[in-house]
Design a protein around this ligand. Structure first.
Ligand code: SF4
Length: 368
């Protein structure tokens, strides 16, 4: 395989054409490949890759958008937190995600102090400047964001910032991949594994999946040539009946991942069972603050009990996150539900499948 070095080469149409010719020549078996990461879903749409592949290779989006997989109940708890006399800080994508009855954006319009930040350290700064007010950071994301949040909690503890709290809805990726591959409802022939998450976790979790489920896994980058190379590597494995865990994204991902980041993450967090929207409870798939950081744990300090959560009526986000349907198969897609008036989280988030399908419309005529 051609060894590419510079970023422009990963967008080179000639290299992409060459890869497509190779994929078409090798691929005989009808296959379904799941891209686990929302950034892959966006790139696939942006570069129209779905339309370029042979029709028997189907790309299905998985549960890789952190905002989308946050359960409606966790969103309700965040909204309850905003109802107290606190400053709630969050990444922007969460603002418009609907809970059972409201959203953080609506609560802010009604007077709640909800602020968008670009890093948990911004939230810590807000806490330092407002020592008499509790400041809660809403922690949503995968292994990519959790180490940074762990570092922030450690800094708050070391510096004695007692008014800084985290509400952790963090999730880890390998358990959800295992839940999907072992589901009888879903056929997955290979995983396009998440590039960013793999920078942290490395190859080991996928090696376990290959060993147990014989499913090919290729850690893939986000440029069009990356994705086509990743698909070619998967196709070769599938045609040879030789499943492996491999890295296409070698310029960023090492087999061992980033052990320091993992160590930092597990100094502060511990694995807990977590509820994924549409998928349900997956054992040890979430991250909660360890007991020694309990004083910074919003779920222990505030009453965040909420009633039964409701999904937005008619929304099929759950089935989309499980790879059971594509966004255009949701009856509300593009009619009632659009990025301007989103019904569910998959249309709200910049990494959501529905938003990607709506924006790029590369599925028209090929996927239904
Ligand atoms: S199109 Fe809208 S309503 Fe349908 S699944 Fe996507 S987000 Fe939910």
């Amino acid at each position: 395989m051609t060894r590419l070095k510079y970023i422009d080469e990963f967008r080179n149409p000639e290299v992409a054409k060459h890869l497509l010719v190779e994929i078409k020549a090798i691929s005989k078996t009808p296959i379904r490949l799941m891209e686990v990461c929302g950034t892959h879903t966006m790139s696939i749409g942006r570069y129209g890759l779905r339309t370029l592949l042979p029709s028997h290779i189907k790309l299905i989006s998985g549960p890789g958008c952190p905002v989308c997989v946050t359960s409606a109940k966790d969103i309700d708890k965040m909204i309850k937190l905003a109802s107290y006399d606190v400053i709630v800080t969050t990444f922007g994508d969460l603002m418009r995600v609907p809970g059972s009855r409201s959203s953080l954006q609506k609560e802010r319009a009604n007077g709640a102090d909800v602020r968008v930040v670009y890093s948990p350290f911004d939230a810590l700064e807000i806490a330092k400047k407002n020592p008499n007010k509790p400041v809660v950071f809403l922690g949503v994301g995968f292994e990519t964001t959790a180490p940074g949040i762990a570092a922030t909690v450690m800094a708050a503890k070391e510096q004695g910032i007692k008014n800084f709290f985290i509400f952790s809805a963090h999730k880890v990726t390998p358990p959800v991949m295992e839940a999907l591959i072992s589901s009888p409802d879903l056929k997955i022939d290979g995983f396009i594994c998440p590039g960013h998450v793999s920078v942290i976790v490395g190859l080991k979790p996928y090696e376990r999946l290959v060993e147990k489920y014989h499913v090919p896994c290729v850690v893939t980058g986000f440029e069009p040539v990356d994705i086509l190379q990743g698909i070619l590597m998967l196709v070769k494995q599938i045609e040879k009946h030789s499943p492996k865990a491999e890295i296409q994204y070698t310029r960023a991902v090492k087999p061992e991942g980033n052990p320091k980041a993992m160590e930092l993450m597990f100094k502060v967090f511990e694995p807990v069972d977590a509820t994924w929207r549409g998928i349900g409870v997956i054992p040890k798939s979430g991250l909660a603050l360890k007991e020694e950081y309990a004083a910074h744990d919003a779920s222990k300090v505030f009453d965040i009990e909420v009633g039964e959560a409701k999904e937005p009526p008619g929304c099929r986000c759950g089935d989309i996150l499980k790879g059971l349907i594509t966004p255009p198969e949701c009856p509300l897609f593009g009619k009632i539900c659009t990025p301007a008036h989103p019904v569910g989280p998959c249309m709200v988030s910049a990494e959501g499948s529905c938003a990607a399908y709506y924006k790029y419309r590369d599925w028209e005529g090929i996927n239904g």
